[in-house]
Structures are given as structure tokens and as C-alpha cells.
Design a protein around this ligand. Structure first.
Ligand code: FAD
Length: 309
């Protein structure tokens, strides 16, 4: 089975979800990776350790314009005779996978969390992670978007051949005027540990204790939607149904009620710790560990405890 995996390498680096997608692809067949723009050949070759035989890179254009990327992936799929095309189900993957599926007349499996079974059935997340389903497409070719953090990358060493590729993807339909990189060393979607806070923290001036705990743990910071909406925190930190969906190993939530729309983005976390003054807060139902207490007392004590390790 020929498998094509699209990897976003526009910031010059290879993200964790790319390694996940390549490892996933290797479980299905022989993997060719396709990408555009930025990353150096050495970084791309390292995808061989995760199972890629070959990397096709079109350096004629940069960026994540969905129309250009659709042409790139379709051209690469034709080039290698791909029967399965895989994306990470991130912002770029979501917008390009459906376009590629339409162009290739291939069924789309969105939000996969499992490898296809012998009969082609794939486990997927549905209803914002509240349930799962099984999907099987009846087309000869298929497109799968893999839910980030649902599959462990496997590094078995080795390198992939990197080849220049021309896809004639044309001009970008969207003109990028300015790019603002989020502050903070750890990108939220890739973070293994996340410290998050909500309206219970009363104001932006109190986020120092959240940042301090995050720094001690080596964690990323996140927040509930109202906190971003009222400008206490930047929008890229907002997690939930309408924000970033994350699946870290540890999610610490302080002063967040646990509304269903918030849970939709975090309930895939492996361990959830909730700190809330209200013992009836809905978040406790989803928590692995709950602290009924004041975040203003609990967070600094937690930071002190972590410092001792
Ligand atoms: P609140 O609901 O005000 O809760 C604050 C919590 O802090 C309370 O539980 C309180 O007991 C506790 N608290 C107060 N003081 C302290 C203290 N000193 N120490 C500890 N705890 C304390 N929300 C999201 O987060 N993400 C989304 O993606 C999202 N999408 C939405 C989409 C739609 C269509 C809609 C309608 C809503 C969406 N929301 C989303 C909003 C969501 O419904 C909730 O309103 C929101 O999550 C509540 O944020 P919060 O928990 O920070 O605030």
C-alpha cells in the first residue's frame, strides 16, 4: 500500500504531530512524505527514523495557503500512486484534507485515533471527544486526518531520501500581511504538560502564579475562553471547542468551571487536575485529581512543592 503523508515544515522545524503522522502511516504501508517551503534537508531526512522512505519537497512556495497545498498533495499523490493520504488533524490539515479528498474522489476519515483494521474500519473521535465511532470509506482511495497526540511517534533510526518536487501549485489565494508568533517556548498543541486557568483568577495581574508553576514544570500555559475574550490572556492560549484542542499528559486547571465547551478541548488529557473553590464545579467529574480550594493558595504551594524535586 502506497501512503502519502503531508507534513507542515514551514517554520523550518518538524513538529511532533508530523512524527506521529509518519509513524501512523508506516503502520499502513510504504510512506512518502510531501512538504513545501522551509525545513532544511537534514531535518526532513530525519523523518526516515519514523518510517518515511522518501520526502518530496516543493521549495517553490512557502506558507499554508489551502489551495496551493491541495494542489501540492494531489500532485504528489499522483506521483507516488498513493492509495492513502494522511494529514495531522490540525488547523492546516483540517482545511486541506477535505479539499484533497474531494479532488481525489477519496473518502475522508476525519479525526482518526486508531490504525485502520483489516477491513478498513478506522476509530475516530466524534462530538468533540465525548464519544468515538468507527468509520469505513467505500472508495478505492482514502484520506485520513489523524488527531494530534492520539498516536505515539516511534523513532527506529535511519534517514529518508529527500527529493526536490515540482507541483506547479500556482499563486497563493490568500495574501499574508503579517505573521505574529505566539510568545512562550512551548507551543500549546505540542505540550506534554499544561497549566491552565479561568475566570476564577479574577484578573490578568494574577497570572504570575500560573506562569511560575508552568515554568517550574516546563509546561505551557492555557486559559478558558472568557479569559481570552476579555483580553486577560492571548487568544492562542484559549482551549476548548472553539479554541485549541489539546491532549497533554497532564492538564492542571485552576479556577475553571469545566463547562462542556471547555472540556471538549481538554478531555483527551491523560491526567486532569482540577483546583476549584466550588465542590460542585462540573470539572470535578472529569478530574483524575481534585483540590477543593482557593487557587491563590493552592498554586503557590504546588509551585513550592515542585521546586523541591
Ligand atoms: P466561570 O464559568 O466563571 O468559572 C470560574 C470558576 O472558577 C468557577 O467554577 C468558580 O467556582 C471558580 N473559582 C472562583 N474563584 C476561585 C478561586 N479563588 N480558586 C479556585 N477556583 C475559583 N469556553 C472555553 O473555555 N473554551 C471554549 O472553546 C468555549 N467555547 C464555547 C463555545 C460556545 C458556542 C459557547 C456558548 C461557549 C463556549 N465557551 C468556551 C464558554 C463556556 O461555556 C464557559 O462559559 C467558560 O468555559 C467558563 O469559563 P471559566 O470556567 O473560566 O469561568
Amino acid at each position: 500500500m502506497s501512503v502519502l503523508v503531508y507534513v507542515n515544515s514551514n517554520n523550518g522545524k518538524i513538529a511532533k504531530n508530523a512524527m506521529e503522522a509518519v509513524t501512523y502511516g508506516k503502520k499502513i504501508g510504504n510512506v512518502t512524505v510531501v512538504t513545501n517551503g522551509g525545513a532544511d534537508a537534514g531535518a526532513l531526512a530525519e523523518l526516515g527514523a519514523y518510517g518515511a522512505d522518501k520526502v518530496l519537497v516543493d521549495r517553490a512556495f512557502e506558507g499554508t495557503d489551502p489551495q496551493q497545498l491541495t494542489k501540492l498533495v494531489v500532485a504528489a499523490a499522483e506521483n507516488v500512486g498513493a492509495e492513502t493520504v494522511i494529514f495531522s488533524n490540525d488547523l492546516v490539515g483540517k482545511s486541506v484534507a477535505s479539499r484533497v479528498s474531494a479532488r481525489m474522489k477519496a473518502g475522508l476519515v476525519a479525526g482518526a485515533t486508531g490504525v485502520p483494521a483489516e477491513d478498513g474500519t478506522v476509530k475516530v473521535n466524534v462530538f468533540s471527544g465525548k464519544a468515538f465511532g468507527f468509520v469505513k470509506v467505500n472508495t478505492a482511495k482514502r484520506v485520513i486526518s489523524l488527531l494530534p497526540n492520539s498516536f505515539q511517534p516511534e523513532n527506529n533510526g535511519g534517514t529518508a531520501a529527500v527529493e526536490e518536487f515540482t507541483s506547479n501549485s500556482g499563486e497563493a489565494g490568500i495574501k499574508v500581511l503579517e505573521t505574529k508568533k505566539p510568545e512562550g517556548a512551548i507551543p500549546l498543541p505540542e505540550a506534554e504538560l499544561v497549566v491552565s486557568a479561568g475566570r476564577g483568577l479574577k484578573g490578568p495581574e494574577n497570572w504570575g502564579m500560573v506562569e511560575e508553576l508552568a515554568t517550574e514544570l516546563g509546561a505551557a500555559t492555557a486559559c478558558s475562553r472568557p479569559v481570552a475574550d476579555i483580553g486577560w490572556r492571548p487568544h492562542h492560549e484559549h482551549v476548548g471547542q472553539t479554541g485549541v484542542a489539546i491532549r497533554p499528559n497532564l492538564y492542571i486547571a485552576a479556577g475553571i468551571s469545566g463547562a462542556i465547551q471547555h472540556l471538549a478541548g481538554v478531555n483527551g488529557s491523560k491526567v486532569i487536575v482540577v483546583i476549584n473553590t466550588d465542590p460542585e464545579a462540573p470539572f470535578f467529574k472529569a478530574a483524575d485529581y481534585g483540590v477543593v480550594g482557593d487557587a491563590f493558595e493552592v498554586l503557590p504551594r504546588l509551585t513550592e512543592a515542585v521546586k523541591k524535586f
